[in-house]
Design a protein around this ligand. Structure first.
Ligand code: NAD
Length: 322
């Protein structure tokens, strides 16, 4: 299949492009390189453009005879979205609307969308299944929920076929060491904790008095290779005429901040200099997925998401590239 991967120069997008190419598909990356890296684009052509450039997107869809789009391109920092909400609504929602316009014009009818557990807001029940109320508490989560709504309405009105994948915490690095997580600044726990044991960043543990076993926040870490394989299955599902729907991608198992730090200390043989700090506004105590729907619908499961594999793959990549 010819597949347009927006945001394919970024972290999750580049790992997915590699999986697509290994499976014999033809990925074409569309990325404006605002937050991604040209060096991540190794398995197909790069169209350097914004998703909001309707004409360029249309031309790319037609030129490469695209059959489906996987849409990763977005800004993805909750804290930044609180300070710059217009930037988030413009980049994540308005530019997705323009992408969908271009798809409509080019007759491309299938899209797999990167949604997020941030669309749920504060967890009322854990694990979180797809029927949990969607009440986001950040402009980032709002912007992603608006896209889900756009896709659902376009599906009803115009026959757009869509899958929204609500990821929990993407983590780890390519098992062959070719790709890894590289954000600047780096807000995610695992790379930040690795950079901290390497003496290249400070690490704060926000909140030590949560109602969790060790008092620190619990999250569901899913290996980026498992996320990538779910995208392949989701595209195939749409090609086979599967019904449009939203699904969680997570492991169903939570790890606390301290458990992650200890795993990194064990893997690196170094001591973390993490500082304990008060809770951060808007950080829920526990976010863990109920992943059963995706397992059933996509016939998919996590194969690399145990914490040792997540941490050791990230450690290997960071020590070679940071
Ligand atoms: N990382 C996570 O834990 C996580 C969790 C849930 C959801 N997500 C979602 O997954 C997707 C990918 O996340 P990531 O961590 O790989 O992010 P990333 O920043 O590494 O990658 C995003 C890519 O999109 C590109 N981009 C951004 N806006 C663009 C635009 N308007 N036009 C063209 N290119 C644009 C960037 O240059 C970058 O290469 C995002 O949509 C994010 O919201 C990520």
């Amino acid at each position: 299949m010819n597949i347009l991967v927006t945001g394919g120069a970024g972290y999750i997008g580049s790992h997915t492009v590699k999986e697509l190419a290994l499976a014999g598909h033809n990925p074409v990356v569309l990325d404006d390189l605002s937050r991604g890296h040209r060096s991540n684009v190794k398995w197909g052509p790069l169209v350097e453009a914004r998703c909001g450039d309707e004409q360029r997107v249309y031309e790319a869809l037609v030129e490469h005879k695209i059959e489906a789009v996987i849409h990763f391109a977005a800004f993805a920092y909750v804290g930044e979205s609180v300070h710059s909400p217009r930037m988030y609504f413009e980049n994540n929602f308005v530019q997705t609307l323009q992408l969908v316009n271009a798809m409509h014009r080019a007759g491309v009818r299938r899209i797999v969308f990167s949604s997020t557990c941030a669309t749920y807001g504060d967890a009322k029940t854990v694990p979180i299944d797809e029927t949990h109320p969607q009440l986001p508490v950040s402009p980032y989560g709002e912007s992603k929920l608006m896209v889900e709504r756009l896709l659902a309405a376009s599906g009803i009105a115009e026959g757009l076929q869509w899958v929204a994948l609500r990821y929990f915490n993407a983590s780890g690095a390519d098992l062959d060491g070719e790709l890894g997580e590289e954000h600047d600044p780096e807000p995610h726990l695992i790379p930040r904790a690795i950079l901290s044991v390497l003496g290249k960043a400070e690490l704060k543990v926000f909140g030590t008095d949560y109602p969790t076993p060790d008092g620190t926040a619990v999250r569901d870490y899913i290996h980026v290779k498992d996320l990538a394989s779910a995208h392949l299955k989701a595209v195939q599902y749409l090609m086979d005429g599967g019904e449009s729907l939203a699904m969680n991608l997570g492991t169903g198992k939570g790890s606390s901040v301290l458990e992650i730090i200890h795993a990194i200390e064990k893997c690196s043989g170094r001591k973390s200099s993490a500082e304990m700090a008060p809770r951060r506004e808007g950080d829920p105590p526990e976010l863990v997925a109920d992943p059963r729907l995706a397992r059933r619908v996509l016939n998919w499961e996590c194969r690399h998401s145990d914490i040792d594999t997540v941490v050791s793959s990230a450690w290997r990549w960071h020590t070679r590239n940071a």
